[in-house]
Write a protein of this length. Structure first.
Length: 430
């Protein structure tokens, strides 16, 4: 009985098994008849070649500019300002009158100096007259001595002949001694007179110098520009009283400027005069000047271990560079050949740099993402240290749409248009 039931059940289930099998076959056939998914379309990109070029090894610093010609104009006399003849920012030449001062007692001091000079000249005249008298007395004493010498010789002869007595001989001898002494005294008076003249002449020279000083001081009633340049803020006004040494205004000539740069001592082996220094605007990072190093301090600051270095610039008259201005500077240490890749071809992932290099794969142009090592920025390009070869062509547009192995279609830069991306847009971090 049980065997009959099992036979009936197997016969009843067989149609269902056959139906399920047929359904599976139909479904499989249907699936196999669907078309395969199509490959992604190529990305339109602009390619640029990795090229050989000149590589510059450089360092950036911050420095301040100073005018090679700068003068602080100061008053050289005491007095009150009666007139200011210039304005702030005015261009001046050497000798341009800046202001006028009413001197304080300078005229009276000049009169006193002139009177003192006249007194010294009078003393000199007196000394010269005394010299003339002394010289006349000396001549008389010399003549008298000659006469006394003749008389003594005659008396000496006559006394030997017994023609005169000893008294007459002694008298002649005494007169000779007196004449000799008179001549010596006259000679001393001449020397004294000459010394008085020398002293009086010195007094006259001092008096004349004092007069000249007072005249120059009186001439300082006008303050003039010592150099050519542009006037800074004028510090005084009409009515102000000036003392000797008071600052009036600063004159700066900005046509030649020195950039003061503090260079670390570990760069001393590379420092040399003649190195090119480029100036950059800190705000726009645009180059605004170029000069050369013309001074290197012979010493190193013991505290900071920095070396003062100066570079000379000639900015002209456009006013972009001024005394006291802080700027960014780039010292170019050396130049040499190397490889360059456009900056817009580089993407950054986790601090590493990559470029998409165009290659052929099964007859289809594709890009391969390559890890590259870069050096300094050279204008619009990076220095290539490793990872790329000369002649490699790298993608410089549609960077964000590219993946390793992605097919590409090359377009010109004009066709790419707005698709070309800046370095900032092509940099990603993960």
């Amino acid at each position: 009985m049980n065997s009959v039931r099992r036979t009936v059940l197997r016969l009843s289930l067989r149609p269902f098994a056959i139906g399920a099998a047929l359904s599976a076959i139909v479904l499989s056939a249907a699936c196999s008849s669907e078309p395969k998914a199509s490959a992604p379309p190529p990305v339109r990109v602009t390619l640029a070649a990795v090229s050989s070029g000149t590589i510059e090894t450089s360092s950036r610093f911050v420095g301040n500019l100073e005018a090679t010609e700068l003068a602080v104009v100061r008053s050289e006399i005491q007095g009150r300002i009666v007139k200011v003849t210039v304005q702030d920012g005015q261009s001046v030449q050497p000798g341009t009158v800046l202001l006028e001062i009413e001197p304080d007692q300078t005229a009276t001091q000049l009169d006193a100096a002139i009177a003192q000079r006249a007194s010294a000249e009078a003393v000199l005249d007196t000394a010269r007259q005394e010299l003339r008298v002394s010289e006349a007395e000396l001549a008389t004493a010399a003549s008298n001595l000659e006469l006394k010498e003749v008389n003594f010789a005659r008396a000496e002869f006559l006394v030997e002949q017994g023609a005169i007595g000893e008294i007459r001989y002694d008298q002649a001898s005494q007169e000779l001694d007196e004449a000799t002494n008179s001549l010596a005294a006259a000679a001393d008076r001449v020397e004294a007179a000459r010394a008085q003249i020398a002293q009086a002449e010195a007094g006259v020279r001092r008096a004349e110098a004092d007069v000249e000083t007072q005249r120059i001081t009186l001439g300082f009633k006008t303050v003039t520009a010592p150099i050519s340049g542009i006037l800074d803020d004028i510090l005084v006004k009409v009515g102000d009283f000036l003392n000797v040494g008071d600052a009036v205004v600063t004159v700066a000539e900005n046509r030649a400027l020195d950039l003061r740069i503090q260079v670390p001592s570990n760069r001393s082996g590379q420092l040399r005069e003649g190195l090119i220094v480029e100036l950059y605007d800190p705000a726009s990072n645009k180059q605004i000047g170029e000069g050369i190093i013309n001074f290197i301090a012979p010493t190193v600051n013991s505290d900071s271990q920095l070396i003062l270095t100066k570079a000379r610039f000639f900015p002209g008259t456009d006013g972009k560079l001024r005394d006291g201005q802080y700027v960014q500077a780039r010292i170019i240490w050396e130049t040499g050949p190397g490889l360059l890749v456009p900056t817009i071809a580089i993407t950054r992932i986790s601090g590493r740099s990559f470029a998409f290099v165009a290659e052929e794969a099964e007859g289809q142009p594709v890009v391969v993402q390559k890890l590259v090592e870069l050096g300094d920025v050279q204008g619009d390009s990076f220095q290539v240290v490793s990872g790329l070869e000369a002649g490699d062509r790298v993608a410089v547009s549609n960077i964000l749409r590219l993946r390793d192995g992605a097919p590409i279609q090359e377009t010109s830069a004009q066709e790419a248009g707005s698709q070309t991306q800046s370095p900032a847009a092509s940099q990603t971090e993960s």
